[in-house]
Write a protein that binds this ligand. Structure first.
Ligand code: HMG
Ligand code: MG
Length: 285
């Protein structure tokens, strides 16, 4: 089996972990979570989302969170689903933006009110603008394995989104098991094919743990050469437009597993396990 010497764990708890919480979490608590996570040694985190507050009320404080991250001096990612979001992110001096386009058009219509093809068209001016501003571009392919609305998702559907992202100049492609229905065999096959087709592209694995297969999916991804993974402290998370999906793979479980296999991450496990109860206390689930 192949295990990378170094693994980058990108903590997405403050964004994916909290976005689906039904009761407003005070911004001060979110700031506390972010600063404690920063001290645990993450090289970058996903901290907020410039979405419409009507669609995702929990992320209504994105400007304030971005300002806080800047003061803290951390490298972070913010979700930017459209041009308006990108403009807000640029005004807030966000260093890394993330677009998210589903391999399934049905999901896109529900999540961002556009078809896959319309979403990809909007990425064109967005990527150009972000590049001009010197921003790092993370591009998510959501529902990259299956979709609650259309069922299975083909490799060709994933490839179509991936091709376009790469042509537009994404800095990394984040492959999302948004509803947590993937299994290790599918993950291994899909990442192997992507790596064969795009050997120079950086891929990230983003696994939700609905079927408790997220850690197994991480190991399967590693066998296909992937060494970057998103996770959420306390295993919090979920997408408001992905019914039935549960949280992301828990950061502490991921860190425990990869560290015990000898992979370096730069994250302090003892600090992290102290943060986990606090993160969970912010969630109603
Ligand atoms: P829309 O309603 O289609 O937007 O929303 P619109 O272009 O029709 O504009 C309508 C109004 O909204 C206008 O205002 C715009 O200015 C305003 P009005 O003229 O009526 O006063 N507007 C905005 N305001 C603030 N911020 C904006 C914005 N855009 C338009 N960015 C939109 C389109 C994308 C905004 C909406 O669909 C949305 O916010 N969706 C949220 C999607 C979301 O956050 N989903 C969860 C995250 S994705 C996820 O969790 C998956 C992931 O974790 C990966 C994985 O697991 O695979 C990333
Ligand atoms: Mg997610």
């Amino acid at each position: 089996m192949y295990f990378p010497k170094e693994v980058e764990i990108i903590e997405v708890g403050p964004r994916d972990g909290l976005q689906n919480e039904p009761i407003a979490i005070p911004t001060e608590k979110k700031k506390e979570l972010i600063s404690r996570l920063a001290k645990a040694g993450f090289s970058r985190m996903e901290t907020t989302s410039f979405v419409h507050p009507k669609w995702v009320p929990q992320m209504a404080d994105s400007e304030e969170i971005a300002h806080f991250c800047k003061e803290l001096g951390i490298n972070y990612i913010a979700l930017t689903p459209n041009l308006k979001a990108l403009e807000r992110a640029i005004s807030a001096e966000v260093p890394q933006m993330a677009v998210f386009v589903g391999a399934s058009s049905e999901f896109n219509k529900k999540n961002i009110n556009k078809t896959t093809s319309e979403s990809l068209d909007e990425c064109e001016p967005m990527f150009a603008k972000a590049k001009k501003e010197g921003m790092f571009i993370r591009a998510y392919i959501s529902m990259a394995f299956s979709c609650p609305f259309q069922g299975s998702v083909s490799f060709e559907e994933v490839k179509e989104v991936c091709d376009r992202f790469i042509k537009l100049g994404a800095d990394e492609i984040d492959v999302g098991d948004t509803n947590g229905q993937a299994n290790p065999q599918l993950v291994y096959e899909r990442f192997s094919r992507l790596r064969d087709l795009y050997p120079d592209t950086t891929f990230v694995g983003h696994f939700h743990d609905t079927r408790k297969m997220a850690l197994a999916n991480v190991v399967a991804s590693m066998q296909a050469g992937i060494s970057k993974f998103d996770s959420s402290v306390g295993g919090l998370g979920g997408c408001p437009y992905s019914p039935g999906a549960t949280g992301n793979v828990s950061t502490e479980e991921l860190l425990d597993m990869v560290s015990s296999m000898g992979c370096q991450t730069g994250v302090d496990f003892n600090e992290l396990i102290k943060i986990s109860p606090f993160a969970k206390s912010l969630s109603t689930r």
